[in-house]
Ligand binder design. Structure first.
Ligand SMILES: C[S@@+](CC[C@H](N)C(=O)[O-])C[C@H]1O[C@@H](n2cnc3c(N)ncnc32)[C@H](O)[C@@H]1O
Length: 190
């Protein structure tokens, strides 16, 4: 089932809220990263820049055919051969990826879903040991121009607590001005 309040506005509107290249740099997605997964890729706003940086594959999962097609088309347009899109309900069916297959998981603007722990557990499962979890979300501030309702919008501390429950450690928080925060955590030893 599609996560609550996870529909997208028009692409031009959505993309004006971010500086994806700068955000990815701050979030530690750099040339040392090989394989990446994104749960809920949307228009590919972060998928495409990530694919230009990562040395390996970028797996982009979304439940909406329109979003999968947009990401796939953009990858083709930009001549990127390392983007692998998957139309899939990650809440019901997981990511479909093998265990310990990626170095970085992007959970961007998605942790307000009904069961965030499902995404975090799945991220943990597919990450290699020592791999990185990146969370981006709208600031906990009703003045942001978009973002989920305040009653379901997670604060940074809430995201960290959920991620710790799933086994992630060493949280580092970042201010992704003007409207977002970022949290980077690591897959710890079991
Ligand atoms: C708010 S958008 C964020 C897109 C992207 N991560 C970004 O920050 O630009 C959330 C995306 O998650 C997708 N989504 C919501 N529920 C899903 C589910 N159960 N399985 C797969 N994708 C889902 C939506 O279709 C939407 O494209």
């Amino acid at each position: 089932m599609k996560g609550r309040e996870s529909g997208m506005p028009a692409r031009e509107m959505w993309e004006q809220f971010f500086n994806p290249e700068q955000a990815l740099k701050i979030m530690g997605l750099d040339g040392r990263v090989a394989d990446v997964a994104e749960f809920g890729c949307g228009y590919g706003t972060f998928t495409i820049p990530a694919a230009k940086i990562a040395r390996g594959a970028v797996y982009a999962v979304d439940i909406e055919e329109e979003m999968v097609a947009a990401t796939e088309n953009e990858a083709k347009k930009q001549g990127l051969c390392n983007v692998q899109t998957m139309r899939r309900d990650f809440m019901a069916d997981g990511s479909g990826l093998k265990e310990e297959i990626v170095d970085y998981v992007m959970l961007f603007n998605i942790l307000h879903v009904e069961r965030p722990e499902i995404l975090l557990r799945e991220a943990y499962r597919i990450l290699r040991r020592g791999g990185t979890l990146g969370i981006i979300h709208w600031n906990y501030d009703p003045a942001t121009p978009r973002g989920p309702s305040m009653d379901i919008r997670p604060r940074p501390a809430q995201c960290v607590a959920w991620a710790r429950e799933a086994g992630f450690i060493n949280p580092k928080e970042h201010d992704l001005k003007p409207y977002h925060y970022g949290i980077v955590m690591v897959k710890g030893k079991e």
